[in-house]
Design a binder for this molecule. Structure first.
Ligand code: G6Q
Length: 537
């Protein structure tokens, strides 16, 4: 049954029309306890959701909707390994990768925890060897450069996390991430690497992804040209589910770090795909990241919905995207180390919930996954915040605010924090005509200087960006996206939408080499292919 046919949906629609004209400025004035009511803490990790367009009974009504959509049942189904990715008939078990309590989780009657722990230990052993210098390249030199070759889920998470945790990274190793098929990507990344001291991690769940395999082949040629084919085992390892293809590529399965089909690509940074993260920060910090995520998992699984961070974020997402029909939201990290977070979350959210078909196959009559964008503060303030403050769209924002800087220099952090705290206040309050008049603003400028306010924000604070807090943060968003997917009644774990372009690219690739002009596409695509061919002559 679709979302809009639920009883709670009608109640929420009524509630929406009754509350849509309320202004948060007035809600705060009327209730000085609003922060206490609408905030939650998990250790030092704080979610303030009081600056949302909600009143006392909004969340209970949204929780009714969650209950009617069987959210609790779906959470239990995920944690217990049921095939909730029903279009691919797969369980969804990234939570097993960080199941630090080690309680058994069964897939087809087998407890998967021993295999999860085995790979983790294999990664541990390998990481210690590389970091200590006892793993040597073919000519006996220590590794200095780690190059992860992968794309999508095999790139975004590891890249985001190694950047986020740069401060915890060993200085002995340089990290590079090659994802794009564009030759310039691999050229630029390898130009300062030496074949003798470079280790390639080929990260691909399927080991058949065109971009990754072509980049891996180019890297292999680059190495062989310099050191000969005997060097390959010293410089290549695979992170994959596909042993046969790994062997075919010429990587010894001994140097393969396995994961499984019950781990979705965009949920795989906790698995062997996270080897670059472990190499960067070491085993202990990697485990700490898993512990943070596990803490969020346990909270998500056990906390009542009205005290449950991912559930609350997910329900607020539904509130804005379905009822207010806000099409976008922004994630604004006030920490430069989180500069890849919006890119990572774009895949997590938009590939998971960017689907038009609900579970019975019909086309959804309500908006599904939102569009996400973001930029680290304060850069965004000098760019697109204008539109958030005074544009015509409603753009809910998440502010992510570590309190301590990992590089305390002068008064940088004070200024950063002041901005991070001021923006949600400004977005909530706005600036009224009355205030402007009192300031003596000339009449003709008043419309331009007025800020409507009433823009919803969440503020997520942590003492500082640690591996543990990063784990908590990412798991928070993973589960938020899941909650929204359950209510939207879609499969958040497949991604059929990436297929069509791949198929057409294969056709066009062969046509680029034909002597004949392309004629089989629409006239625009034919003309573009032929234009390219003309200029390649
Ligand atoms: C993520 C998607 C997708 C995938 C890439 C790479 O959930 O499945 O982004 O991660 O297409 O796939 P491989 O890891 O198989 O190369």
């Amino acid at each position: 049954m679709s979302l809009t046919s639920k009883k709670a949906y009608s109640a929420l629609q009524k509630h929406f029309s009754e509350t849509v004209s309320l202004h948060m400025r007035d809600l705060f004035k009327a209730d000085t306890n609003r922060f206490n009511k609408f905030s939650l803490k998990l250790d030092d990790f704080l979610l303030d959701y009081s600056k949302n367009r909600i009143v006392d009974n909004t969340l209970p009504l949204l929780i009714n909707l969650a209950n009617e959509c069987n959210l609790k049942k779906m959470i239990n189904a995920m944690f217990s390994g049921r095939c909730i990715n029903f279009t691919e008939n797969r369980p969804v078990l990234h939570v097993a990768l960080r199941n630090r309590s080690n309680t058994p989780i069964y897939v087809d009657g087998t407890n998967i925890m021993p295999q999860v722990n085995h790979v983790l230990e294999k990664m541990h052993f390998f990481t210690d060897q590389v970091r200590s210098g006892s793993w040597k390249g073919a000519t006996g030199k220590k590794i200095t450069d780690i190059v992860n070759i992968g794309i999508g889920g095999s790139d975004l998470g590891p890249f985001m996390a190694t950047e986020a945790l740069k401060k915890y990274t060993t200085n002995q190793l340089n990290f590079h991430f090659i994802s794009n098929i564009d030759g310039s990507d691999i050229f630029e990344k390898l130009k300062n690497c030496s074949p003798e001291t470079t280790l390639f991690l080929i990260a691909s769940k399927t080991f058949t992804t065109q971009e990754t395999m072509v980049n891996a082949q180019t890297a292999r040629d680059w190495l062989i040209n310099a050191l000969g084919s005997k060097a390959v085992p010293y410089h290549f390892v695979a992170l994959s589910t596909n042993k046969d293809e790994v062997k075919k590529f010429g990587i010894n399965p001994k140097n393969m770090f396995e994961f499984w089909n019950f781990i979705g690509g965009r949920y795989s940074m906790w698995s062997a795909v996270g080897l670059s993260i472990m190499l960067a920060v070491g085993y202990d910090a990697f485990i700490s990241m898993l512990e943070g995520a596990h803490e969020m998992d346990t909270h998500f699984k056990n906390a009542p919905f009205d005290k449950n961070m991912p559930v609350i974020l997910g329900l607020l997402g539904i509130w804005y995207h379905v009822f207010y029909q806000a099409e976008t939201y922004a994630v604004l990290p006030y920490d430069a180390y989180l500069h890849r977070l919006p890119a990572y979350l774009q895949q997590l959210d938009m590939e998971s919930n960017g689907k038009r078909n609900i579970k019975d196959g019909s086309v959804s009559s309500y908006p599904t996954g939102p569009i996400l964008f973001g930029e680290p503060g304060t850069n965004g303030q000098h760019s697109f915040y204008q539109l958030i403050h005074q544009g015509t769209h409603l753009i809910p924002c998440d502010f992510i605010i570590p309190i301590h800087s990992l590089n305390p220099i002068g008064n940088h952090q004070d200024i950063l924090l002041a901005n991070a705290l001021a923006q949600p206040e400004a977005l909530m309050r706005g600036k009224t005509v009355k205030e402007l008049k009192k300031e003596g603003v000339p009449k003709k400028l008043i419309p331009f200087k007025t800020f409507p306010g009433n823009h919803p924000t969440n503020s997520i604070l942590m003492t500082k960006l640690t591996p543990k807090n990063l784990g908590r943060l990412i798991a928070l968003y993973e589960h938020k996206v899941f909650v929204m997917g359950v209510l939207l009644n879609i499969d958040s774990f497949d991604q059929w939408g990436v297929e069509l372009g791949k198929v057409l690219a294969k056709q066009i690739l062969s046509q680029l080499h034909d002597t004949e002009n392309a004629t089989t596409h629409d006239c625009s695509t034919n003309a573009l292919i032929n234009y390219v061919k003309e200029f390649r002559k």
